[in-house]
Design a binder for this molecule. Structure first.
Ligand code: NAD
Ligand code: UDP
Length: 387
């Protein structure tokens, strides 16, 4: 499995130890899976939850059992964190509150999680001369320049005003009372701090800006493996609606645009960063799929069609319904209008390109959602309601 593996410059890849914070989340679980099945690296997996990586931790007869160890640690207040960072060659920080429903309803937790709690991680890496891969977000770009032109302006169609480039695009956030931007602002400040640690103290860092990575194990299905009143990200919201045969809710008409990348494609990019430090250090990378752009309404339509195919059920008569953002998310919500990643830098440094079309990634993801949740939903909805 591991022998004979070489980096992009033909040098043999040496096994390393990785301290992965947030390893029990959506991205972390896929990254652990990849590292265990395809590389010789060791993982010190840090999180408060382990459900999504349970299949990698048990039983102890798994071939990689001695290469992954779970540490149930809340990085807010645990003195074991520095020791784990010191034991590792590389730290990857994925820990964050990163669900839009939380940005304006739990703004303090959002700011603390994305800035304050990440500070010691940066500090320990810098002080101990350890490499850091930090997960930021495409949301740091905020709104596109294009959205400020009049609706009928041809400039809106000019990529110069909407394609998001790491080195040249401005970061445009809404007003302070639109607390959605607290997340973006906290992520931007931690990016700036990491950059400054690199410039002043020589920290070796890579910053990742994910553009809507989606796939199996993303978030939760409300009332099944998460709170009934919880609002996950759009993939899980729409999956939940499809599983329950309810209309998909389009926030403010579903006109916002997103590009979606398959988690398995995106994980390939992260592995290239891990194993090619000379090419990845000092860089900020967009990781997304510019070819998979849709409006949220188009996403809803495609998911409805794909789900009908994989579940063998015909769609309901009214597949979508419009809701206002105030009703859905509460006061202080705002939205990113459009997110197309410029791929020049990741292409040049790591030769990475996404492969999977939106239809294909939805087909495999919704097959997983149907297999994992359809029975549980059926049971939950057939229970008699207590009078
Ligand atoms: P996720 O919520 O599934 O995973 C985050 C993990 O961090 C969770 O398992 C959580 O328990 C853990 N965590 C949070 N606070 C912690 C703490 N104090 N101590 C220990 N563990 C803690 O989210 P994800 O989608 O896997 O995202 C990972 C990172 O990527 C985040 O930083 C997020 O901002 C960024 N990101 C992801 C996307 C995407 O498309 N999925 C987009 C933009 C940015
Ligand atoms: N959205 C929606 N209906 C839902 C959930 C989300 O219309 O049930 C919209 C949301 O307003 C946003 C987009 O889908 O425009 C993507 O939301 P997500 O939560 O995935 O995160 P974002 O891309 O905004 O960070």
């Amino acid at each position: 499995m591991a022998s004979g593996r070489v980096d992009l410059d033909g040098n043999p890849i040496k096994p390393i130890t990785i301290c992965m914070i947030g390893a029990g989340g959506f991205i972390g679980s896929h990254l652990c899976e990849k590292l265990m099945s395809e590389t010789p690296h060791k993982v010190l997996a840090v999180d408060v939850y382990s459900d999504k990586i349970k299949h990698l931790l048990e039983p102890s007869s798994l071939p990689w059992a001695d290469r992954i160890h779970f540490h149930r640690i809340n990085i807010k207040n645990d003195s074991r964190l520095e020791g784990l960072i010191r034991m590792a060659d590389l730290t990857i920080n994925l820990a964050a509150i990163c669900t839009p429903a939380d940005y304006n309803t739990r703004p303090l937790d959002t700011i603390y999680s994305n800035f304050i709690d990440a500070l010691p991680v940066v500090k320990y890496c810098s002080e101990n001369g350890k490499r850091l891969i930090h997960f930021s977000t495409c949301e740091v770009y905020g709104k596109t320049i294009g959205c400020f032109f009049p609706k009928d302006s041809p400039l809106r169609q000019d990529p110069a005003y909407y394609v998001l480039n790491e080195d040249t695009s401005p970061c445009i956030f809404g007003p302070v009372e639109k607390q959605r931007w607290s997340y973006a602002c906290a992520k931007q400040l931690i990016e700036r701090l990491i950059y400054a640690e690199g410039a002043e103290n020589g920290l070796e860092f890579t910053i990742v800006r994910p553009f809507n990575w989606i796939g199996p194990r993303m978030d939760f299905i409300p009332g099944i493996d998460g709170p009934s009143e919880g609002v996950p990200r759009v993939l899980a919201c729409f999956s939940n609606n499809l599983l329950r045969r309810e209309p998909l809710k389009l926030v403010d008409g579903g006109q916002s645009q997103r590009t979606f990348v398959y988690i398995k494609d995106a994980i390939e990019a992260v592995l290239l960063m891990i194993e090619n430090p000379a090419r990845a250090n000092g860089h900020i990378f967009n990781v997304g799929n510019p070819n998979n752009e849709v409006t949220v309404r188009q996403l809803a339509e495609m998911m409805t069609e794909v789900y009908a195919k994989v579940a063998g059920e015909s769609p309901i008569d009214t597949p979508t319904v419009d809701v206002s953002s105030k009703e859905f998310y509460g006061e202080g919500y705002d939205d990113s209008d459009k997110r197309i990643p410029d791929m020049t830098i990741i292409n040049r440094q790591l030769g990475w390109n996404p492969k999977t079309s939106l239809w294909d990634l939805l087909e495999s993801t919704l097959t997983y959602q149907h297999r994992t949740y359809a029975e549980a939903i059926k049971k939950a909805t057939s229970k008699p309601v207590a009078s």
